[in-house]
Design a protein around this ligand. Structure first.
Ligand code: GLU
Length: 304
């Protein structure tokens, strides 16, 4: 069987020959400027090896992949009481749906759709200023990846904040149902900055090792929390494309509109793939295709 590096090199060759790379997210003006023909994939194994191919030293906006890290931190702060404010069911609707929130009386379906992520950010903010919370988030991601050069892109954060009308609508709706402690302005300011964290695929794959049992990792999450976060990534990590991703790849993953996807191969490795062009669900088109190829070629699966 081919080695992990040979498989990655092979996968990184196919995007060059593809004409349909998907469409970059243009509702956040700064993201609309990104060249859609970039591609990178990195694998960080449980035993500490790192493999990569393509543009894996190019930082990109992790966007909703940040929801995984903020969920871990919010659970650390609020414990299981967080589940009174946010559910654990796939949404079957787009990531920023207002309809669902109205129907379910202000309790978002899961922590990975935008409404649910606003609740987890609100919970994580409890008792802190946005600066303190974002500082804690950056320290967590840097400690998880053992990389200090991870930052927030202020231009991306501001660009999203200037155009975040739907997210403000969701936040006001949550507030009207008593499911937001802080003001919509404070929550959205923090949320847009967490989404604007920039990482390379190698940094992201290394940080994702908090979700596998890696012997050399700092003990940042309990086993039960890892299992639950992985489960939510499998069922809800790709919005209304979650079932399709699970069917094609067979591994838990969380996507972001910057074109990144963090995928966990339980017990084996954390994988990050990035290509900015998105499919109709708002998930990386080539990233999803690459992950399907990777899972097929390695045989890695959440189901043994
Ligand atoms: N910051 C983006 C938003 O709220 C994140 C969405 C995503 O990455 O899926 O619209």
């Amino acid at each position: 069987m081919a080695s992990v590096q040979e498989i990655l090199d092979d996968i990184a060759r196919s995007p060059k020959a593809t004409s349909d790379v998907g469409k970059v997210a243009d509702y956040i003006p700064e993201l609309a400027k990104v060249d859609p023909r970039q591609f990178a994939i990195s694998v960080a194994t449980a035993d500490g090896k790192l493999f990569c191919a393509g543009d894996c030293d190019t930082p990109f906006s992790i966007q909703s992949v940040s929801k995984v890290f903020v969920l871990a931190l919010a659970l650390g702060k609020a414990g299981d009481s967080l589940w009174k404010r946010v559910g654990r069911e796939p949404s079957g609707l787009s990531f920023d749906s207002i309809l669902l929130l109205e129907r379910e009386h202000g309790v978002p379906r899961n922590p990975f759709i935008n409404a649910g992520a606003l609740v987890t950010t609100d919970s994580f903010l409890d008792g802190s200023t946005p600066r303190e919370a974002l500082g804690a988030l950056l320290r967590f991601v840097r400690a998880a990846s053992d990389r200090e050069d991870i930052h927030i892109d202020e231009n991306v954060a501001q660009s999203e904040l200037d155009t975040a009308h739907r997210n403000f609508a969701l936040a006001h709706y949550l507030k009207s149902h008593g499911n937001l402690v802080n003001t919509p302005e404070k929550v959205l300011g923090t949320y847009c900055h967490q989404c604007a964290i920039e990482m390379t695929t190698s940094q992201l794959a290394l940080a994702g090792r908090i979700l596998i049992d890696a012997p050399d990792m700092p003990n940042l999450l309990s086993r039960q929390r890892k299992r639950r976060i992985n489960t939510l990534m499998m069922t809800c990590g790709h919005y209304d494309g979650s079932g399709d991703f699970a069917f094609q790849v067979g591994l838990p993953g969380k996507s972001g509109v910057g074109g990144g996807i963090l995928v966990i191969a339980p017990g084996r490795a954390s994988i990050a793939v990035w290509s900015p062009g998105l499919n109709d669900y708002g998930n990386s088109k080539l990233g999803t295709e690459a992950m399907a190829q990777f899972a097929n070629k390695t045989g890695w699966s959440a189901f043994g």
